[in-house]
Design a protein around this ligand. Structure first.
Ligand SMILES: NC(=O)c1ccc[n+]([C@@H]2O[C@H](COP(=O)([O-])OP(=O)(O)OC[C@H]3O[C@@H](n4cnc5c(N)ncnc54)[C@H](O)[C@@H]3O)[C@@H](O)[C@H]2O)c1
Length: 253
C-alpha cells in the first residue's frame, strides 16, 4: 500500500506529527495515516526521514527528539508547513539491557531522556496547536512493559510505566478541552527494535513466541491500524485508555 491508496477517508484534514517515523511501527503508522487521507509530519534522527515523508506527500525533519528545545523548534516549523496540528504520536524509543544492579548511569539517562522526558516535551510543545484543533488526539507507544517487567530491562520498563502515567494525566487534564490521549501497548512486533532485542537475548526468542496465542509475532501494520482509529473522530469517546496488542500474551498473566 502506498500513501495515496486510500483505505478509508476518515483522516482527511487531520495533520499528525509522528516521532520515530523512519522505522518499524512509526513508519507503518505514517503510511497508514497517509493512506486514510491524513497529512503527516515525520520526525526521526535517521536521515532517511525527509525522503520517506515526501513519498507519503508529507513533511519530514531530521531531529533528535531528546535534544533540548528540539520539540519547540520542530513544532514551530511544522505549524508553518502544515498550518496546524490535530494529532501527535510519540513512537521514538530505545531499549538497553541492564538490571538495577548493573544498568550503567549513561544508559539509564539516555533511555529516560528518549523514552519518557522526550514524549512529555513533545506533548508540551504540541499542546497549544492541538488545543486549537478542537478535535485532537495523542497516542503514546507504551509496551506490555508498561504493566509488567521484562527481565534485565529496568530502564525500558521504568520509562514505559512512566509513559502510561503521562498518558492518563494528559487525558484527564486536557480531555474536556478537546485533546484525547491514549496509549498503545504492543507485545512482540516484527521491527528492527524487536530484532535487535532478540539478537541481544537469543535465549528469549522461543519463550516470546510461546507467550502469545497467535502463533506468530505481530506486524507493525496491525499496530498502525489501531493507531489510525485512535487518532480519528470515531474514537471521540476514547480517552486515557491503554490498548494491548499482544496476541493474547497479557491475558495469560
Ligand atoms: N517492536 C516491538 O516489539 C515493540 C513492543 C512494545 C513497544 N514497542 C514500542 O513501539 C515504538 C516503536 O518501536 P519499533 O519497534 O518500531 O522501534 P524501531 O527501533 O524500529 O524504530 C524506532 C525509531 O525511533 C527512532 N529514534 C530512536 N531514538 C530517537 C531519537 N533520540 N530521536 C529521534 N528518533 C529516534 C529510531 O531512529 C527509529 O526510526 C517504541 O516506542 C517501542 O518502545 C515496540
Amino acid at each position: 500500500m502506498t500513501g495515496t491508496d486510500r483505505t478509508t477517508t476518515r483522516l482527511i484534514g487531520k495533520r499528525v506529527l509522528i516521532t520515530g517515523a523512519a522505522s518499524g511501527i512509526g513508519a507503518a503508522i505514517a503510511r497508514r495515516l497517509a493512506s486514510e487521507g491524513g497529512r503527516v509530519a515525520l520526525v526521526d534522527r535517521d536521515p532517511v526521514v525527509p525522503e520517506y515523508a515526501a513519498s507519503l506527500d508529507g513533511v519530514g525533519y531530521v531531529v533528535d527528539v531528546a535534544a533540548r528545545g528540539a520539540a519547540e523548534t520542530a513544532v514551530a516549523q511544522i505549524l508553518s508547513d502544515l498550518g496546524g496540528l490535530d494529532g501527535l504520536v510519540n513512537c521514538a524509543a530505545i531499549q538497553r539491557n541492564g538490571s538495577a544492579l548493573d544498568v550503567d548511569d549513561a544508559a539509564w539517562e539516555e533511555v529516560l531522556a528518549i523514552n519518557l522526558s522526550a514524549p512529555l516535551a513533545w506533548i508540551r510543545a504540541a499542546l497549544p496547536p492541538l488545543l486549537d484543533s478542537g478535535a485532537a488526539a495523542i497516542v503514546n507507544l507504551t509496551s506490555v512493559a508498561a504493566r509488567h517487567a521484562l527481565p534485565n530491562n529496568v530502564s525500558y520498563v521504568a520509562t514505559k510505566h512512566g509513559l502510561l502515567g503521562v498518558t492518563r494525566s494528559v487525558a484527564v487534564d486536557f480531555g474536556r478541552r478537546g485533546v484525547r490521549c491514549n496509549a498503545i501497548s504492543p507485545g512482540s512486533i516484527n521491527t528492527p527494535m524487536f530484532a535487535e532485542y532478540v539478537r541481544r537475548n537469543p535465549e528469549k526468542a522461543s519463550g516470546l513466541m510461546d507467550q502469545n496465542f497467535a502463533g506468530r509475532f505481530g506486524e507493525a501494520d496491525e499496530v498502525a491500524a489501531l493507531c489510525a482509529y485512535l487518532l480519528s473522530d470515531e474514537a471521540g469517546f476514547t480517552n486515557g485508555a491503554e490498548f494491548l496488542i499482544d496476541g493474547g500474551r497479557t491475558a495469560a498473566t
